[in-house]
Write a protein that binds this ligand. Structure first.
Ligand code: TK8
Length: 356
């Protein structure tokens, strides 16, 4: 008959073997050594890492699908040695809170809009300039090129690492008062904006009454009519069911918002170079997939929102011109704050892209 301590140690040995087997990184003999306890190599092979990844949008949104793709690639390429746990719909907090959690090392990954990151790296604010990009492809070229990458390089001093840009997309305005078809229609509208000064100032310049607010509070604010409207890409207006509490959808496409794929630097620094490469490449590959989905979703969402009964209107080019002129002083003001050189470089590169 076995003594109790023998049973326990055998059980523990069995459990270690199971864990090692589940890691996929250990062969039979490593496993046996590992179960014995103190072998350093076996210990390393058994290092099981977990990435907790949280985002603000729903699982069905292109951002949610992109995160699932990231999980799939990382788990597959590491043979399950790195596990990715996904949390959607601001379950772990809003963009700013999750970014703070990454800095503190209590969360590993988040993919926020770049707009609320301006408090950390002000230069992200150049992407908040209204009517900067004419297409998603233009945005890709700038974000994946030297300008976008240079801004990501400012993150590590804040205990963040930026691995790639994904797409939130072109924003459109919804509200409950009236269609916004001309400059004067913005007058007095209470609009929720992201927590970002450029957005705030631009809507103020247009005569609206903007209120910055975290994303997870928006639906309730619209429903309770503390604000008249909000602005977001079509896929979000659909996925977050804003059509249930908003009558009018005006196709302003007034600004393009990127997402930044962020990972906690304290976690990043623990990874082996091989693991870093896998994760970086997975974030880029998942990002490509996510951008494609996002562009498809943008088109499909318009039909769906029309079917849901939203009254959709376009803005004429002439009105868009008037709106741009009113906003220009805001862009000039923030160009000084974010760095004239950077903004000149941005405009120069955009001009080059448009020539091609
Ligand atoms: C989701 C946000 C959202 C953004 C906003 O976390 O706050 O309106 O457009 O998508 O990043």
């Amino acid at each position: 008959m076995r003594k109790a301590w023998q049973t326990i140690s055998l059980t523990l040995a069995g459990m270690s073997l199971l864990i090692l087997a589940a890691c996929g990184g250990a062969n039979g003999s490593d496993g046996a050594t590992g179960a014995g306890g103190n072998d350093a190599t076996a210990g390393q092979a058994a290092t099981q890492r977990v990435i907790k990844a949280g985002i603000g949008l729903n699982e069905d949104h292109p951002e949610g699908q992109g995160l699932l793709k990231f999980k799939e690639i990382v788990e597959q390429k590491t043979g399950g040695k790195i596990k990715v746990e996904t949390y959607f719909a601001a379950q772990l907090g809003d963009d700013q809170q999750m970014t703070e959690a990454l800095k503190a090392g209590t969360l590993e990954v988040t993919v926020p809009s770049t707009s609320p990151l301006v408090g950390t790296v002000k230069e992200f604010g150049i992407f908040d300039f209204p009517f900067l990009f004419n297409s998603g492809e233009e945005a890709d070229a700038i974000l994946d090129g030297p300008i976008g990458q240079k801004i990501l390089e400012k993150l590590p001093e804040h205990n963040l690492v930026g691995l790639s840009y994904w797409e939130n997309g072109f924003r459109n305005l919804t509200n409950n008062q009236h269609p916004v078809a001309k400059l004067e229609d913005f007058q007095g509208l209470k609009i929720r904006t992201m927590q970002n000064e450029v957005h705030l100032d631009a809507f103020q310049a247009l005569g609206a009454n903007p209120t910055p607010m975290a994303f997870s509070e928006v639906f309730t604010a619209l429903e309770g009519k503390t604000v008249d409207g909000q602005e977001n890409p079509l896929a979000t207006i659909l996925s977050n069911k804003y059509y249930e509490v908003q009558d009018y959808l005006s196709m302003t496409r007034h600004v393009y918002t990127p997402f930044a794929f962020l990972i906690s630097k304290s976690f990043w620094d623990q990874l082996t170079p091989e693991e870093q490469t896998i994760i970086r490449e997975a974030s880029i590959e998942a990002g490509k997939y996510q951008r494609e989905l996002s562009r498809k979703a943008d088109q499909e969402a318009l039909d769906a929102l029309t079917k849901e009964g939203m009254k959709v209107n376009e803005l004429s080019d002439a009105e868009k011109e008037r709106i741009k002129q009113v906003i220009q002083p805001v862009i000039d003001k923030y160009s000084e704050q974010f760095g004239r050189d950077l903004v000149d470089q941005l405009n120069q590169q955009l001009a080059e892209i448009r020539k091609q």
